[in-house]
Structure formats: structure tokens, C-alpha cells
Design a protein around this ligand. Structure first.
Ligand SMILES: [Zn+2]
Length: 293
């Protein structure tokens, strides 16, 4: 399988250097789960020294989003990918696309998936490698990976396939996460996803408060809401425990390489999105691009 993996080489980009600056600024100020990077002035003072020209010429972004189930990692990865114009690649989508195609793996995949087995690291990395090579051929200027790597073994294999500049670890207090997971509802008629949990935790002893508005359904869905059978407290807690067990070595893998950016979500999307852009030094990216356009 290793032979089938193409190592994708790309020039060192200015955006990669800038991502590293971003990281060293966070590291220097001791940003961690207790002191979110967006709260320290040195990170904010270190605005990217990037010209628009530099971004357009060398705008390769090789980023990974980590975060436990329910944290909204897919949402943030997808928004960022739209903002900076690189594809959001979720490995679950790659498997689904391969199943729907007539690719070389489409014959063995249904068997694996139908038997409820996990798709092997080799198959995932082969699909990912193929996807990245196709993107490069089309002139894509990078990617944001979502849901990969999940294990340290996958992280090691990924190293052999491509360089990763930055790993954004999205975190949310476990009590809030649990409440959000337990608040999830699906409309049994239209399939819409909603969330009834309304979170408003006051800040105390120097730790910030968290506000997350519920995502309420329209009136006609309200009486048709159902809860997924696996959104029970015991199942959600077990899912989180398993996630932490597997992800901690992956976080450590990237932390030791100076690539991990810890980001504590301060609330829902309206609260978190601007702060995430700030932590990534992208908060004036919108303006720059509208000027460039
Ligand atoms: Zn509905």
C-alpha cells in the first residue's frame, strides 16, 4: 500500500511561515486550555505580515481540525474552507464518494462498511492521498482536513503523505458539550437538525462564561422532534472517553512538533467564529479579500 501513496511536495509558503508565527506567539504566552490564545495580547499584536500578493501566490494551507464529537468541528472547518478558498476534506465523505464511484476500492468497500467494520487506515490514507493528488493537479492551494488523523498511527502515515502546517484543536468544556449533545433533536418529518440546549454559564474566578443559544425548530417541526437513540448521557460520556483516549496521543504528536493550536470555544458560532479568526490571525482576511476582489 505504501507504494500507492504519493508524497505531495509543495514549496514552503508564506502562509505556512505565518501559521508557525501564530503558533509560536501562542506558545510563548503559554496559551493552553486555561488561557485561550485569543485572550493574550502578544498573539493579537503579531498580525500576519502577509501581503495579499504573498497569499495569492503561495497560499498553500495544510491544516487539520481536531475536536471531539459534538464540538462543531465540521462546521468551523467548512466555514474556514469557504473563507480562505481551500477544500474542506472529511474522510467520511471520501469513503462515501468512493462507494458511489467505480473506483478501485468500490468493490471491497461495501463489504467492509456493510459488515460494520472500520475502514482500515490504509484504505483511508489511500483515498486521501488520491484526493490530495487530484486537488493538486487541479491547482487547489491546500486543504483543511476534518476527522483525520484520528489515531497516532494515522498521524504517522499522514506525515509520509504530506506536510501539515497547523493542527487546530477545538475544545469545549465537557459539561457544556454533554448538555449540547443531550439537547440534539431531529425532526422526524423533514430530517432537520435542532438543538434545544440553551447554555448561559456566568464567568467566575477568572474563567470566561459561555453562552450558546439553542437552535430551535420552526413551529411546524416542534411536535415532531425525536432524540437519537445514542444521545443518552451514558453513551455520550462513553463516546467522549473513547475520543479522549485516542486523541490525546495525536494531540501530543502535533504538540511536540510545535503544530498544535489549542482553541477553547467561548460559546456558539456567533461568539466563537470571530475569536477563531483572531486566533488564526485571519480576522482581517475578509477585508483584504474584498479589497482584492
Ligand atoms: Zn420538520
Amino acid at each position: 500500500m505504501a507504494a500507492a501513496i504519493t508524497r505531495l511536495v509543495r514549496p514552503k509558503s508564506s502562509i505556512a511561515r505565518w501559521a508557525r508565527r501564530c503558533l509560536s506567539a501562542s506558545a510563548a504566552s503559554g496559551a493552553n486550555s486555561h488561557t485561550p490564545p485569543y485572550n493574550n495580547s502578544s498573539a493579537i499584536n503579531l498580525k500576519p505580515q502577509l501581503s495579499r500578493k504573498g497569499q495569492e501566490e503561495n497560499g498553500n494551507i495544510h491544516w487539520v481540525f481536531l475536536g471531539c464529537p459534538g464540538v462543531g468541528k465540521g462546521t468551523y472547518a467548512s466555514r474556514l474552507s469557504t473563507l480562505i478558498g481551500v477544500p474542506h476534506i472529511a474522510t467520511g465523505d471520501l469513503v462515501r464518494e468512493e462507494l458511489a464511484s467505480s473506483g478501485p476500492l468500490s468493490a471491497q468497500l461495501p463489504e467492509i462498511v456493510n459488515q460494520g467494520k472500520l475502514v482500515s487506515d490504509e484504505i483511508i490514507i489511500s483515498l486521501l492521498s488520491k484526493r490530495l493528488a487530484a486537488g493538486k493537479a487541479k491547482g487547489e492551494s491546500g486543504f483543511i482536513l476534518d476527522g483525520f488523523p484520528r489515531t497516532i498511527r494515522q498521524a504517522e502515515i499522514l506525515e509520509g503523505v504530506t506536510d501539515i502546517d497547523l493542527v487546530i484543536n477545538l475544545k469545549l468544556r465537557e459539561d457544556v458539550l454533554l448538555e449540547k449533545c443531550l439537547g440534539r433533536r431531529i425532526c422526524s418529518q423533514c430530517g432537520g437538525n435542532f438543538n434545544l440546549a440553551s447554555i448561559d454559564i456566568k464567568g467566575e474566578n477568572g474563567s470566561p462564561g459561555i453562552i450558546m443559544a439553542p437552535l430551535l425548530p420552526p413551529a411546524h417541526c416542534m411536535s415532531k422532534l425525536i432524540t437519537r437513540s445514542d444521545d443518552t448521557e451514558a453513551v455520550v460520556k462513553e463516546r467522549l472517553r473513547l475520543y479522549n483516549e485516542k486523541s490525546q496521543p495525536v494531540e501530543e504528536f502535533y504538540r511536540s512538533r510545535g503544530k498544535l493550536l489549542e482553541f477553547d470555544l467561548p460559546g456558539g458560532i456567533p461568539e466563537s467564529w470571530p475569536k477563531l479568526l483572531q486566533a488564526l490571525n485571519l480576522d482581517d482576511y475578509d477585508d483584504k479579500h474584498s479589497i482584492a476582489a
